[in-house]
Design a protein around this ligand. Structure first.
Ligand code: NAD
Length: 278
């Protein structure tokens, strides 16, 4: 049976868990070989655990179960040299990268007046510089082959502001400027660059004690039921969060051959919340 991504290679940054894992699996189920990278280290500036080696190994197992090949590497997207190594290794192993999903990201809530430089730098380093490093390192090979699909991950906070979210929102607004400008730079080379802007997505980035406590400071140990109404209030439709596969569907379309003449756009997957902003 033919699949939409047969013979293609997809790189997913931050692919050990969450949305990245869902995207990796979705590509593999449709015929692509997959390159995963993840930093696999906590950060003193991030208040919840990032992915572990076990998470990455589990994603590798899930991709291999589809029959596709997978290359999984430890790499911090904020480190350009590390991303160059990922791309060189992927091209040596599979000969090409056709699709890159710049998905790795961190959420770092702090009021702007008390945000440390370390927390600011971490948010910008991973969420914005990491996306730049991903685009800059995959683009030369895509240009040489005359084909590429790059999907970046912004957020509904890339189109609005939020209390405590100055660094995160700045990084995600930045992703949109980076995406649109890159789309123009790469337009002559058969490469499209588009962004997705998710709302609340059910992953460890939102389901963790630190964020729950931010949202319900009145409770010692808030539960998912306690925070669900707060998450729901951030969406237009009455749902607290969406599942990662809902984002994957859009990523798949933007990464497909069918989207050849769609570039520089931002697609919200945010339960209607985009209706509130211009
Ligand atoms: P997640 O925390 O489950 O996954 C993020 C992954 O990125 C983790 O595996 C983590 O280890 C990895 N990572 C973090 N920093 C990295 C770095 N510098 N280098 C390499 N890997 C790194 O969260 P998620 O929800 O799957 O997040 C995926 C993307 O979606 C992020 O860019 C996030 O900002 C964005 N997003 C998430 C939500 C949400 O509600 N979950 C909403 C809007 C946008």
């Amino acid at each position: 049976m033919e699949h939409a991504f047969d013979g293609q290679v997809a790189l997913v940054t931050g692919g050990a868990r969450g949305q990245g894992r869902a995207h990796a699996l979705a590509f593999a189920e449709r015929g692509a070989d997959v390159v995963l990278c993840d930093r696999l280290d906590g950060s003193p500036h991030v208040d919840y655990p990032l992915a572990t080696e076990e998470d990455l190994a589990e994603t590798v197992r899930m991709v291999e179960a589809t029959g596709r090949r997978v290359l999984a590497l430890r790499a911090d997207t904020a480190d350009r040299g590390a991303m160059e190594h990922v791309v060189t290794s992927a091209e040596a192993e599979f000969g090409r990268i056709d699709i890159a999903v710049a998905n790795a990201g961190v959420s770092i809530p702090s009021p702007v007046q008390s945000m440390s430089s370390g927390r600011w730098d971490e948010a910008i380093g991973t969420n914005l510089t990491g996306v730049f490093n991903t685009i800059a390192t995959v683009a030369p090979g895509m240009i040489a082959r005359g084909y590429g699909r790059i999907v970046t991950v912004s957020s509904m906070l890339g189109r609005s502001g939020g209390p405590n979210m100055a660094a995160y929102a700045a990084s995600k607004w930045g992703v949109i400027g980076l995406t649109k400008s890159s789309a123009l730079d790469l337009a002559d080379h058969g490469i499209t660059v588009n962004a997705v802007a998710p709302g609340n997505i059910s992953t460890p980035m939102i389901h963790n004690h630190a964020l729950y406590s931010h949202l319900r400071p009145d409770l010692d140990n808030p539960t998912p039921e306690d925070v669900a109404p707060v998450f729901e209030s951030l969406h237009a439709q009455p749902v607290p969060w969406l599942e990662p596969f809902e984002v994957s569907r859009v990523v798949l379309f933007l990464a497909s051959r069918d989207s050849a003449h769609i570039s520089g756009i931002v697609v919200p997957i945010d339960a209607g919340t985009a209706a509130r902003v211009t």
